[in-house]
Design a protein around this ligand. Structure first.
Ligand code: UDX
Ligand code: ADP
Length: 454
């Protein structure tokens, strides 16, 4: 084996990234460590603990060939020349910067762990999204007190869930940030070599460490901003009679703007957008830039407004009360093709509906287990139903919150027959055929479109 690589953190980022790297770099021996022993057992069994199209096949090809999973990071540290760190960096829930700053406790513990067990120089690569200048702090911790030298690189991950494998195999770009010193440049060159196994050279960008760290926050802030912009427009569409899909199409065909990420809906979720926006807000605030902080904060606020607006719309079209009315929730994951529910708009929408004393029946093809955990405190107000037809039985309304393809293929005539009349559909993702639903008899309410009621 030519190179020994360790990745600390076997989550959404670390697991798929290392599986693809092992597949494309057969001469590297890659170990992935996690504190969570159950997660490691799942990876070792060949049944990954996260659902990602194509992942299982890649793991099947590489597992125990040059990809290994372990619960003992300490023992694997010394053997590795390159250590990726992809531990969780959630938003702080306590103390200074609570609700905005990143909680770096896992990152710092990992750095100290690396320092404690390394006897020879290492390249440490930050993969988790972190605030700008984290690499500097990490380098300081790692190199404190002399001894073994560590070079810290920033190599942010741009993969999106549901398309992680495709994004990893054919990335728009790979970004590697390092110091402009002989050691820094050598470390960057080593990481470039690794990615060059499968990524064309012109797509591998190198930059300063701080630019690299900030670019990750900036990319997610821009993407989230596009969604909040189109959602802000959806509100004005509903009051003027314009159709947000037509507006998005016309706007997106301007090649300077582009067509992607202009889909209006119930708002963005996922582990990155809100967290990274808040990171950026905190960074602006703590650098004395309140106007810049306010600007990015507004993107988050628009997202929250969109969810509240959706629930208000449901109430308005259901005679201003949903008390004891059954509402079938179609989709709970933060987007299609993932079982992940972190920051899912569905969590907030279900909570608001439960507060209005609705009876919820949640369906999702991959996220029911997570939904059960996210809404545990709501008790009997929520039922979890693996069959969408049963979920809609006796319901007054369906709220579609995740754009799973299966929802387009259901037999809505059968669903309509089994619902209480008037039967309403609130399409929070503009995913369904509204004309056909209206013909069947449904009252159809979509985002940024004129209502269709009988
Ligand atoms: C995102 C970034 O895309 C990725 O580059 C980064 O590394 C991590 O964060 P992810 O959170 O997996 O990836 O999902 P993404 O596909 O970006 O969707 C995020 C949210 O935005 C979802 O809730 C999705 O439903 C919503 N969305 C997306 C819209 O509401 N409208 C759109 O047009 C696009
Ligand atoms: P991401 O979406 O960034 O990959 P996850 O929460 O899915 O985040 O994964 C992060 C993983 O890192 C978790 O499985 C967690 O158990 C693991 N982790 C956190 N700290 C350590 C540590 N010191 N050693 C090993 N694993 C860790």
């Amino acid at each position: 084996m030519k190179k020994n690589i360790l990745c600390i953190g076997a989550g959404y980022v670390g697991g798929p990234t290392m599986a693809v790297m092992a597949d494309r770099c057969p001469e590297c021996r890659i170990r992935v460590a996690d504190l969570n022993a159950a997660r490691i057992r799942a990876w070792q069994s060949g049944e990954p603990p996260i659902y990602e199209p194509g992942l299982k096949e890649i793991v099947a090809r590489t597992l125990n060939r040059n990809l290994f999973f372990t619960a003992d990071a300490d023992a694997a540290i010394e053997e590795a020349e390159i250590i990726f760190v992809s531990v969780n960096t959630p938003t702080k829930t306590f103390g200074e910067g609570a609700g905005r700053a990143a909680d770096l406790q896992y990152w710092e513990k990992t750095a100290r762990q690396i320092k404690a067990h390394a006897r020879t120089p290492k390249i440490v690569v930050e993969k988790s999204t972190v605030p700008v200048r984290t690499a500097e702090a990490m380098e300081y911790i790692l190199n404190a007190g002399g001894g073994v030298r560590f070079e810290v690189l920033s190599n942010p991950e741009f993969l999106a869930e549901g398309t992680a494998i495709e994004d990893l195999l054919h990335p728009d770009r790979v970004l590697i940030g390092g110091r402009d010193t002989p050691e820094g440049r050598a470390a960057v060159a080593e990481l470039v070599e690794l990615y060059a196994h499968w990524v064309p050279r012109e797509r591998i960008l190198t930059a300063g460490v701080w630019s690299s760290e900030l670019s990750k926050l900036a990319a997610n802030a821009f993407l989230a901003q596009r969604i909040s912009s189109i959602n802000a427009l959806s509100a004005i569409c509903e009051t003027t009679g314009a159709d947000v899909a037509e507006v998005a199409r016309a706007v997106g065909m301007d090649s300077r703007i582009g067509p992607r990420f202009l889909k209006a809906g119930v708002g963005f979720g996922g582990s990155c957008f809100k967290k990274d926006l808040l990171n950026l807000v905190y960074l602006c605030e703590s650098n004395g830039l309140p106007e810049a902080a306010h600007y990015w904060r507004q993107v988050v606020e628009m997202n929250e407004y969109q969810r509240r607006r959706f629930v208000r719309g449901m109430l308005a079209h259901m005679f201003n009360t949903v008390v004891d009315k059954r509402i079938a929730v179609f989709g709970f994951a933060f987007k299609a093709d993932t079982g992940d529910t972190r920051e899912s708009p569905a969590i907030h929408i279900c909570r608001q509906l439960a507060e209005e004393r609705a009876k919820l029946v949640v369906h999702d093809p991959k996220a029911l287990e997570n939904a059960r955990i996210d809404l545990a405190d709501l008790g009997d107000a929520v039922r979890y139903e693996p069959d969408p037809y049963r979920a809609a039985e006796g319901a007054h309304a369906i709220a579609l919150l995740t754009d799973w393809a299966l929802y387009r293929e259901l037999d809505y005539r059968r669903i309509y027959e089994a619902m209480v009349k008037p039967a309403c559909i609130f399409d929070g993702r503009n995913a369904l055929d509204h004309g056909a639903l209206f013909e069947i008899g449904f009252n159809v309410y979509a985002i940024g479109k004129p209502p269709r009621a009988h």
